[in-house]
Design a protein around this ligand. Structure first.
Ligand code: HEM
Length: 365
């Protein structure tokens, strides 16, 4: 490593002149400075800095996942990227409390100066969403209408370029589709899984039918629930049914990818599947933490604005609450829990396959 010829100075290294000279309250420019506008600006800037760091991690994660063959050795680094993103997200959720030390009345001292600027125009936030997999086609009609019309041409063009790239969701899907082990030397895991499911549902049905403590109404209700569970399992075991469900937008991943993710979840104790399982769990947690942030932001907005519309022109809190539920990306991984079986009911894997899934040493020299 080459040595730097001039000594490093704290303020220069961090470019503090630029950073600390970047807070200009509009209330100071146009009237009497509102004390809390500085807090408002700094909190937003802190968010944008953290968004920048999240994007740095995400780009790196995407580059690792983009290969046709993901080197298993990279999975540890990949997981470290997501562990870091999750830590930052927790700070992002927590940070809302700082802004809530500003009262709604104090906010009104400067709010009108901000119109029509809005969080809609946080291009980094939108880039994070798109990179994770929230592309235009998956946004709600309302979301598409609002934010794409509120940003300038350069930002719209930049986001369009990101939309054209392979998202993390897409590369995770391709990686799952390539997973071996699903058919192994004459052993068809899914046939065995289906048998285990049938056995479990059959046992459940016998318990409901034979339980003398149930009234006929409750028994009928429970049998109906059981039929719905059976139908749920059919939606992944039957390729045609899966295609219908996917067509309706109820799942996003291809069937092969979803089944691979399920296999990883079911056999996550096998050494070779532990890092992939950690990765899938990380994606679920990143999604959950974004949803938590959205819900927390919506609550804060309710407190600040009541039922007023936003500076960006949306319906305000109702729009944000809708987005918290609609803009989730990795729901397929959440829904996998529907298809888990107790470890004791899982098909026993052939010894050869278990060996492949473990780490083993050869004694031959
Ligand atoms: C007093 C504080 C805040 C209020 C009253 C507020 C209000 C709103 C409202 C009403 C919207 C919907 C769009 C609109 O009509 O403008 C919105 C969107 C948004 N806000 Fe805030 N916000 C506040 C603080 C923040 C902070 C600190 C951030 C951090 C970056 C932030 C990030 C965003 C983002 C990213 C969106 C777009 C969300 C989406 O499209 O799903 N907001 N905000």
């Amino acid at each position: 490593m080459q040595k730097n010829p001039t000594p490093c100075y704290y303020g220069d290294y961090l470019q503090l002149n630029k950073l600390l000279d970047s807070q200009l309250p509009q209330s100071r420019v146009y009237g009497t400075e509102a004390h809390d506008e500085t807090l408002f600006i700094i909190v937003h800037q802190a968010y944008e800095l953290w968004f920048k760091q999240i994007l740095h991690e995400l780009r790196s994660a995407q580059a690792m996942m983009a290969h046709d063959e993901v080197d298993e050795r990279m999975l540890g680094t990949l997981n470290a990227r997501f562990d870091r993103i999750r830590s930052i997200q927790k700070v992002l959720v927590e940070q809302i409390g700082i802004l809530e030390t500003m009262t709604p009345l104090d906010f009104l001292d400067f709010r009108d100066y901000l119109i029509p600027a809005s969080g809609f125009q946080s291009i980094q936030f939108k880039e994070i969403e798109i990179r994770l997999g929230l592309k235009r086609a998956f946004r709600s009609e309302m979301d598409r209408k609002f934010f794409y019309s509120r940003i300038n041409d350069a930002d719209r063009a930049y986001l369009a370029e990101r939309e054209a790239e392979c998202s993390l969701l897409e590369s995770v899907e391709a990686w799952l589709e390539r997973m071996p082990f699903l058919e192994f030397a004459g052993f068809n895991f899914w046939l065995e899984y289906e048998k285990a499911v049938d056995l479990m549902l059959h046992d459940d049905e016998q318990i409901v039918r034979g339980n003398p403590g149930l009234s006929e109404d409750v028994r009928a209700f429970q049998l109906k629930e059981l039929a719905a569970t059976r139908e749920n399992f059919r939606s992944i075991l039957d390729a045609e049914r899966y295609a219908e469900v996917r067509e309706q937008g109820r799942v996003r991943l291809s069937r092969r990818a979803l089944l691979a993710a399920l296999f990883i979840n079911l056999y996550r104790d096998e050494p070779i599947l532990q890092l992939p399982f950690h990765l899938l769990t990380n994606l679920v947690e990143v999604d959950e933490l974004f949803t938590t942030w959205r819900s927390r932001h919506a609550l804060m907005v309710h407190r600040m604005l009541g039922s007023k519309i936003g500076t960006g022109g949306s319906s305000g809190v109702d729009y944000l609450k809708m987005g918290a539920e609609a803009n989730r990306v990795y729901t397929d991984f959440f829904n996998l829990s529907t298809f888990l079986l107790p470890r004791s009911a899982l098909p026993v894997l052939p010894a050869e396959l278990t060996k492949e899934l473990g780490f083993h040493f050869s004694k031959t020299r």
